[in-house]
Design a protein around this ligand. Sequence first.
Ligand code: SF4
Ligand code: SF4
Length: 348
Amino acid sequence: MKLLARTDLPGILKDWARDCTVICPAVTPQGDIIFDGFNEATFTLDYGKPTLSPKSLFLPHSEVIFELVDGQYKEIKPTEKVIIFGIRSCDMTGLVQSGSFMTRDNNDPYYQARIDNVITIVMACTGPQNETCFCTTTRSGPVSAGGFDLQFYDLGENLLVETGSERGAELLSAPVFSDIDDNEASGLISAFWHKASDAIPQVNNIRDAMAELTAGTDCSKVWEKLGNKCIICGGCAFVCPTCTCFNVYDQAKDQTNGVRVKAWDACLYNGFTLEASCHNPRPTQASRLQRRHEHKLLYFNNTDVDGGLCGCVGCGRCSDFCPVHIGTLEVAQAIVESHLNKSGGKDD
Ligand code: SF4
Ligand code: SF4
């Protein structure tokens, strides 16, 4: 493990940016936090939850995967070397989970190429970034359990650096990184973890809603009510670090020229599951919302997050951004309230 003086960080990012693209938290003129190319004028370490997770750096909103030029086929695979600094632990867990989904059965070569070319650096959280954070409930924070190349801990004047991979270790050769005894570092990390975890409340509704769904409780009235409210904007899926729905379509210029494009899609859209026969296995918004939230709170695969709880990593962004308040926190609350009403003999 290594220590770095906080004031030396911009210089290190600048050094790294000589050999590859460095993406890090930046403040926009409007005050939003985004992941952007390193720029000393906009870089900040004083940031909370970035508005969007870094998933678009692995699964872009839209990318050309091959082109046809005068009848000649040319595959386009990403080759750019990138370092992403400042990923929050919930988002790192989201990347591990999405990466597992995109590569474990039929390997997506475009996603895999980015995994191969991107170095991930986590900045562990000192506490909740806003009132919708619930990573301690989903066991995806405040400190990342794995998948990263480096993890930084903010100790005030100094940053403690944990190594997660060989390529991460190779970044720490500059003399500004000083050694720290492993036992001392482990003690600092343990104290950091306890303090930060204690500051992020457990959300019982999430656990209780998972238990209801696992028990097969009939939640059809909840889905119907929420389905009637949803305005089908897709925002919850687009901000979610574990949503990976995409579509592939062709844009032809003429018979021998064109491109094939891969672009974000969302299971909340009617067209996503519409089959060529016009049959739709998810014909209503209620059924589509049910499907999405079952993916977050019911189904999970042990290969996705070792020992993880569910397909939601507790970032809270869907609750931050849904214009009609159908984020996972609100869905969990609706499921729990519906069950309580039923147990109390009330009709929901
Ligand atoms: S479902 Fe919502 S809270 Fe969970 S990971 Fe996705 S955006 Fe974050
Ligand atoms: S953000 Fe809200 S309104 Fe938009 S699709 Fe998701 S649940 Fe529906």
